[in-house]
Design a protein around this ligand. Structure first.
Ligand code: DGL
Length: 271
């Protein structure tokens, strides 16, 4: 059993991690909702995509990233990754029972509430779609509608390279959206935090009559209420710091992270 984490004071940073740069889509919502919070983002890009890895591997990586963030004194942990939440959220909560830990899962519930055709599409990694947690989610909320799932192999890699509008990204999306559109899905869940970065391409392919749902904003709201409940919200009036860490050796990480974040940032090497 790992050492228990003591609740940190409100000025401490919030730790956010993902298999790579996808979780920046969640980080943006956190920043927008709570600009005064200090944030530390960790991208485990060297090991992305998690979607093709075993649950044990993802759990082990998640433990290491959590340790890294806890050493930096984080007061809360956001697993900005659907795949890692399925594999590691329960284990992390057991290890750190006093730490607010926010995970995420594909937004099946709001999608089922929103559909008019009775067909919901879910785009996610194969790891998420194969998980027991996703099966339970469907069991709970997917009754009475048809849920068409699609694993988007290769899409995370496109986002990791910063290829948000390239012909190969477009071709992949066309292939993955076709079965959903053929089934008459009018609501599509973006069940991986990398996918909001290709939202514009998806919108162009599905047209105006299909609603896209992702959970970034809901995660930020949930995080805020957990911090509030624990008296951990920052009391500062100033804009918080945002720190980025990554172990990506394959691309110019600062260029990709800056493009996704929407401002020039530096990225520290994650060993
Ligand atoms: N961004 C992640 C998710 O939300 C994982 C992508 C991956 O590494 O496969 O599922």
């Amino acid at each position: 059993m790992a050492m228990q984490n003591k609740i940190k004071p409100s000025a401490a940073p919030i730790g956010v991690f993902d298999s790579g740069v996808g979780g920046i889509s969640v980080l943006k919502h956190i920043r927008e909702l709570m600009p005064q919070e200090n944030l530390i983002y960790v991208a485990d890009s060297k090991h992305a995509p998690y979607g093709n890895q075993t649950p044990d591997f993802i759990q082990e990586r998640s433990y290491q990233l959590a340790e890294f963030l806890l050493k930096r004194g984080v007061k809360a942990l956001v697993i900005a990754c659907n795949t890692a939440t399925a594999a590691a959220a329960a284990g992390l909560r057991e290890r750190y029972p006093d730490l607010p830990i926010i995970g995420m899962e594909p937004a099946v519930k709001p999608a089922v509430a929103a559909t008019k055709t009775g067909v919901v599409g879910v785009l996610a990694t194969s790891g998420t779609l194969k998980s027991a947690q996703f099966a339970a989610l469907l069991e709970h909320y997917g009754q009475g509608v048809e849920v068409v799932t699609q694993a988007c192999i290769g899409l995370v890699e496109c986002v990791e390279k910063g290829e948000l509008t390239s012909p190969s990204t477009l071709a992949l999306l066309k292939k993955y959206l076709e079965p959903l559109l053929n089934a008459n899905a009018d609501t599509i869940v973006l069940g991986c935090t990398h996918y909001p970065f290709v939202r514009a391409l998806i919108e162009g392919l599905v047209g105006n009559n299909v609603v896209l749902i992702d959970t970034g904003a809901a995660v930020a709201k949930h995080l805020k209420s957990r911090l509030q409940d624990n008296q951990l919200l920052s009391a500062s009036d100033e804009l918080g710091n945002v720190e980025f860490w990554s172990n990506n050796e394959a691309v110019d990480t600062e260029v990709v992270v800056s493009a996704l974040w929407g401002a020039k940032v530096s990225v520290a090497p994650l060993i």
